[in-house]
Design a protein around this ligand. Structure first.
Ligand SMILES: [Zn+2]
Length: 87
């Protein structure tokens, strides 16, 4: 009887520890997923907003999703805005 009781208590104890570990790992993975990537395409409005009007002379524009404001607009590559810091 005593052995069974000890075994049960130990099992519960370890399962609680393991569950909390799993929870921590899941939280960590979700946090990393949410991290913002550096945008690849940017629209004119966002580019000018973050560079203060600095823009490459002849950027090649095409329609696509802006990685900063997430809208479908006429976009170009970030290099045409000299890789500004997006906050
Ligand atoms: Zn934009």
């Amino acid at each position: 009887m005593k052995v069974i009781l000890t075994y049960t208590i130990l099992t519960i104890f370890f399962s609680v520890i393991i569950m909390s570990w799993i929870e921590l790992i899941v939280k960590y993975i979700r946090k990393n997923k949410r991290k913002k990537k550096y945008p690849r395409y940017v629209c004119r409005d966002c580019g000018i907003k973050f560079t203060g009007g600095k823009c490459f002379k002849i950027p090649c524009w095409y329609e696509g999703r802006c990685d900063v404001c997430r809208k479908i607009k006429i976009v170009t590559e970030v290099r045409d805005f000299y890789y500004p810091e997006f906050k």
